[in-house]
Design a protein around this ligand. Structure first.
Ligand SMILES: [Fe+2]
Ligand SMILES: [Fe+2]
Length: 190
């Protein structure tokens, strides 16, 4: 059963491909927030409301699953491989996890102000500034964070993890999304 997360490109036989697909969605929503930030000093239109609601929902519900895929399933398995190439990437992994932590209060700020805007239809001038600053910081962080994961970490994982490890990651990803993986992949390290 080819179950996709995000863009319909990869399935559970290729968990790092799935994580890349997730990134295409992660990239989309900061863009939505930036569009909202441009007009958040004005009364909300229906289109702005819809965009804001979908972005807030994505970051509240789907993005934490992606972070867990990386921090609980992928990174720990990479750290278990004793290979100079992986070991030299460890500092990058540490930094990526730091960025996940760093983003949390910014998301909380965007969430709080976004919910207030949806409720009342307007924000005070300082709140508009805070919303814009938080969105700009998140958008810039995601851009370079995703680039490191897509260009360095995921290709490394695709090369170095065994099929058994990939299958275990895929199953954990599926469990987080309450879908069942029915797939066959061969066993043994690539
Ligand atoms: Fe990440
Ligand atoms: Fe990621």
């Amino acid at each position: 059963m080819p179950v996709q997360i995000g863009a319909p490109t990869h399935n559970f036989t290729d968990p790092t491909g799935l994580l890349t697909d997730c990134h295409r969605r992660v990239e989309m929503f900061p863009g939505t927030l930036e569009t909202v930030a441009d007009v958040i000093d004005r009364p909300a239109t229906e289109e702005t409301r819809r965009g804001l609601e979908s972005a807030l929902r994505y970051f509240a519900q789907a993005a934490p699953k992606h972070t867990a895929d990386e921090e609980e399933s992928l990174f720990p398995r990479l750290r278990q491989i004793h290979d100079p190439e992986i070991e030299s990437a460890f500092s990058k992994l540490d930094h990526l996890e730091d960025e996940h932590r760093w983003a949390a209060p910014l998301h909380a700020e965007v969430d709080r102000l976004g919910a207030q805007y949806l409720l009342t239809g307007c924000l005070s001038s300082p709140d508009v500034d805070d919303f814009r600053k938080a969105v700009a910081s998140l958008a810039s962080m995601y851009k370079q964070h995703i680039s490191v994961e897509d260009s360095l970490v995921f290709p490394l994982a695709a090369r170095m993890l065994s099929d058994v490890e990939k299958m275990a990651i895929a199953e954990e990803m599926a469990r987080r999304r309450q879908v069942r993986v029915v797939t066959e992949i061969s066993t043994g390290r690539k």
